[in-house]
Design a protein around this ligand. Structure first.
Ligand SMILES: Cc1ncc(COP(=O)(O)O)c(C=O)c1O
Length: 420
């Protein structure tokens, strides 16, 4: 049983950087971000490197460059018919039809019964993370997450005064936390209040299979650690069509887990800003109180149109898009020896390929310089790993093959020519 208010709570520590740069602050501040008078310590988090590169791509394109971008984790936009009309607020947890439709999706994909009253519709999964972290954790709590990992978990938690415990992962554990790694983290840092996992993960694309997820659930349940499972890339998987091929939802294994998901990736609806959380019973009220103050309600027109996401036609359309991602992924796997990079994460799902640059780094200071020169000399945008792993990410890059087969083929040609 999760016991977030119980004895496992850790005494408040000071995870935020101080207003003036002391040694303690340097230890805990993620990368170096200046702290200024009159600006809160909690806002001293790094910006998202991908978004800076996105700006640079736009500038180059405006200047006439034919830039191929393997940068954004964003499928091409899907047109959804609809008309612009005035729309009122909905309930803070979303409309009843959409909450019921999300519950229906769990029946359809996972054969799991969800009470629609525990479904919260949010402004993207990003909105769900903010509210879930606020509802579940207090300042000074410790929450663990895998490194490399999606940077917003780390940065939102830090902004909320929660102490982030990074679990270093690698090829030996498929870049995912394990009970042994969590034991080591507790021995080093103290008890945890939460664990955030993602399967498939960003930036690696690796997945937790049923056995691995069950082991993490058991570890968390035994210690009263709240599990937060990011399932945003479910459905974008390349493991065939076995029973768990969409991904295993933590909700099936743990009624105390917070499950977060979104219309952004499988459905390609990033700009609609719609996601959801499946909440344990005890968190529905707190989450609703926070949602009603922070966002009032999720966007009404987007909720209305999102109902069509769960039709058989839409599932078929999106599965065809996923088949295209699979072909683009294969192009990269086939080019591995020509690229001549180092160790790559197994790209089980999502649309990411995360690899060390290996011998290529002999010619570049780090992956930031590699990515900068690749964009400047060959007009190919990739993301250096530093966003995802402040320690070892300077040796790795992430390619997003959401751009599709032709773009990936062109980018690979250019990369191989660039590397000479
Ligand atoms: C792992 C992961 N979680 C969450 C998000 C946030 O997506 P959104 O707010 O659009 O649902 C992203 C976006 O790239 C992501 O990669």
């Amino acid at each position: 049983m999760v016991n977030p208010g119980g004895p496992l709570k850790t005494p408040p520590s000071t995870p935020l950087p101080p207003r003036s740069g002391s040694a303690a602050g340097e230890q805990t501040a993620p990368r170096s971000v200046a702290v200024r008078p009159g600006v809160s310590r909690r806002s001293s988090i790094p910006a998202f490197e991908v978004m800076r590169i996105t700006d640079e791509i736009a500038r180059r394109r405006a200047g006439g460059h034919d830039v191929v971008s393997l940068c954004a984790g964003e499928p091409s936009a899907r047109a959804i018919p609809g008309t612009l009309k005035p729309a009122g607020y909905t309930g803070p947890l979303g409309t009843a039809p959409l909450r019921e439709a999300v519950a229906g999706h769990y029946r359809e994909w996972y054969d799991v019964e969800i009470d629609p009253a525990t479904v919260a519709i949010t402004t993207g999964s990003s909105g769900a993370f903010q509210l879930a972290f606020l509802a579940a954790f207090d300042p000074g709590d410790r929450v663990a997450l895998a490194s490399p990992g999606y940077p917003a978990y780390r940065n939102i938690l830090t902004a909320l005064g929660v102490h982030v415990v990074e679990i270093p992962t690698g090829p030996e554990n498929r870049y995912q936390p394990t009970p042994a790694l969590l034991d080591a983290a507790v021995a080093e840092h103290g008890d945890l209040a939460g664990l955030v996992i993602a399967s498939p993960a960003n930036p690696t694309g690796t997945m937790l299979d049923r056995a691995a997820l069950t082991a993490l659930v058991a570890w968390c349940s035994l210690r009263g650690v709240r599990l937060v499972s990011d399932e945003i890339y479910h459905g974008i998987t390349f493991a065939g069509d076995g029973a768990d091929h969409r991904g295993v939802t933590a909700r099936e294994l743990d009624a105390e887990a917070i499950v977060v998901n979104s219309f952004s990736k499988y459905w390609g609806m990033t700009g609609w800003r719609l996601g959801w959380a499946i909440l344990p019973d005890a968190l529905v009220g707190p989450f609703e109180a926070l949602a009603s103050n922070f966002a009032l309600s999720p966007p009404a027109p987007a909720q209305e149109l999102a109902l069509s996401a769960f039709s058989p036609e839409t599932y078929a359309e999106r599965d065809a898009i996923v088949a295209g991602f699979a072909r683009a992924r294969q192009l990269i796997l086939d080019a591995e020896s020509s690229l001549g990079w180092g160790v790559a994460a197994p790209s089980d799902g999502a649309f990411y390929y995360y690899s060390e640059l290996g011998p290529q780094l002999e010619r570049f200071t780090d992956s930031v310089e590699y990515a900068r020169r690749l964009l400047a000399d060959a007009d190919v945008a990739v993301v250096p790993g530093v966003d995802f792993d402040p320690v070892d990410g300077s040796r790795a890059v992430r390619l997003s093959y959401a751009a599709g087969e032709p773009a990936v083929a062109e980018a690979l040609d250019r990369i191989i020519r660039f590397q000479g």
